[in-house]
Design a protein around this ligand. Structure first.
Ligand SMILES: NC(=O)c1ccc[n+]([C@@H]2O[C@H](COP(=O)([O-])OP(=O)(O)OC[C@H]3O[C@@H](n4cnc5c(N)ncnc54)[C@H](OP(=O)(O)O)[C@@H]3O)[C@@H](O)[C@H]2O)c1
Length: 230
């Protein structure tokens, strides 16, 4: 299959691209300097000229861009997947969430992701909307949990990790495999991707410390009290 992937300079998209390539698919990365997302004409011309089978919209771009790519893909009968986030649920909402739980975001990022979801679904009736938890990479330097832990340790010389925080999360490679599977196999709807079997943040941080051989000093703490497992 031929897939356009947005957000290729980010954290998840390069891992997805590798997964798709390894499976024999063709990946066309969206280059924003060549195809400006705010030009509806450029967006339409690019998608029509590439004529992909699949479109993975992973970039954290504007809701207008999400809507315009969804619109062109609907018109061109291109299977369309948009990555959202469990942040559409407020921190005060208690998981585990199902796809029938009502999102009530309480911050700018959650509101932004929910607006994108709504505009994508209103525009592309067969859209796949996939809510991801916090991503876990193996090395710092991108937008994921290990980078957060490493930065926190460097700044504070220890990491206070809550035993009352149950965070939806997954390793990047597992997320990429799930996105590929959902695109290949599933039909229109909202999906949750969460690899956490029920561990709290302290247990996860300790596990990553062991797995990656890091020198982090991790202490258990009581806050935040939060559950956004899916
Ligand atoms: N990382 C996580 O823990 C996490 C958790 C939950 C959900 N997600 C979701 O997963 C998807 C991928 O996340 P990610 O962690 O890979 O994101 P990221 O590392 O922050 O990368 C996002 C990419 O989006 C593009 N982008 C950034 N700002 C933009 C703007 N203003 N306009 C247009 N494009 C812009 C850039 O790619 P280009 O320069 O290649 O265009 C950027 O590299 C997103 O939808 C995100 O909401 C991520």
């Amino acid at each position: 299959m031929k897939a356009i992937v947005t957000g290729i300079n980010g954290t998840v998209a390069p891992v997805l691209a590798r997964t798709l390539l390894d499976a024999g698919h063709t990946v066309i990365p969206w280059n924003r300097s060549r195809v400006p997302p705010d030009s509806r004409k450029a967006v339409s011309n690019f998608i029509c000229s590439e004529h992909p089978d699949w479109f993975f919209h992973l970039a954290t771009g504007s809701p207008d861009w999400a809507e315009s790519v969804a619109q062109v893909c609907a018109r061109q009968k291109v299977k369309f997947l948009f990555t959202s986030s469990v942040s559409v649920f407020a921190s005060a909402q208690r998981g585990p969430f199902t796809v029938d739980s009502l999102p009530q975001p309480d911050d700018a990022y959650g509101n932004y992701k929910l607006e994108c979801e709504k505009r994508v679904c209103a525009t592309h009736p067969d859209a796949l909307v996939v809510r991801l938890g916090w991503q876990i990479g193996k090395t710092p330097g991108a937008n994921h949990m290990v980078d957060y832990l490493d930065r926190t340790f460097r700044i504070e010389s220890h990491i206070a990790a809550s035993t009352n925080w149950y965070q939806a999360c997954s390793f990047l490679e597992d997320t990429a495999g799930s996105l590929k599977y959902i695109m290949e196999t599933l039909t229109a709807g909202v999906y949750h991707v969460d690899g956490n079997p029920g561990l709290n943040f302290y247990e996860i941080a300790m596990g990553l410390n062991r797995l990656l051989g890091e020198p982090w000093i991790i202490t258990p703490s009581g806050s935040p009290v939060q559950n956004n497992l899916c």
